[in-house]
Design a protein around this ligand. Structure first.
Ligand SMILES: [Zn+2]
Length: 182
């Protein structure tokens, strides 16, 4: 389930997002607290082009790389504008609002950390300000809620959603989504 914590993109783009193999992840330090349900979920590995996405997310901002010459937003982040071939870009802040463009409800067989929370959801969100950009994520009831906190029966194509920001056990902040009208 590579796409769960990726910043998303078009369906075809999600494969270009790399995630760390959970088998190589070191375990978090032992504490008296029960482990977080997402302690063993796959985590994004920011690359140079995408690093600003994660840095803005850590500040609670959903930003999209945008060509400074032709103003076209693009995702996933990359050096060159596919429309005008400019190498000049900036990170445009968005409202964090969008609509569910598609979704799936995964069931086992899954990686153990995902199987423990199945059935949950993975949604594709079409951004309000940039409808051609679609981000993959999870619909939850609150930023830090479990992946399965939303009843799959509530999932609807076209439902308005907004981004919330969840800090993972790895210290990375990932956008998640909540319904505008729960
Ligand atoms: Zn351009």
């Amino acid at each position: 389930m590579r796409a769960d914590h990726s910043p998303g993109g078009t369906a075809a783009d999600t494969d270009s997002v790399t995630v760390r193999d959970s088998m190589t992840t070191s375990l978090p330090p032992a504490t008296d607290n029960p482990p977080s349900p997402d302690a063993d979920l796959l985590a994004p590995v920011p690359d140079d082009d995408g690093a600003p996405f994660w840095e803005y997310a850590a500040r609670g901002e959903l930003r999209v790389q945008t060509c400074t010459d032709c103003d076209e937003p693009r995702f996933p982040p990359r050096p060159c504008c596919p429309h005008c071939q400019s190498f000049t870009a900036h990170w445009q802040r968005t409202s964090g609002r969008g609509r569910i463009w598609s979704f799936v409800v995964p069931h086992p067989p899954l990686l153990p950390a995902y199987a423990a929370q199945a059935p949950y959801n993975a949604i594709v969100v079409e951004l309000a300000e940039a409808p051609r950009i679609r981000l993959v994520g999870n619909l939850v009831t609150a930023a830090d809620a479990a992946l399965n906190s939303v009843d799959p029966a509530k999932l609807r194509i076209g439902a308005p959603v907004k981004a919330v920001f969840h800090r993972t056990p790895d210290g990375l902040t990932v956008p998640r989504w909540v319904l505008e009208r729960p």
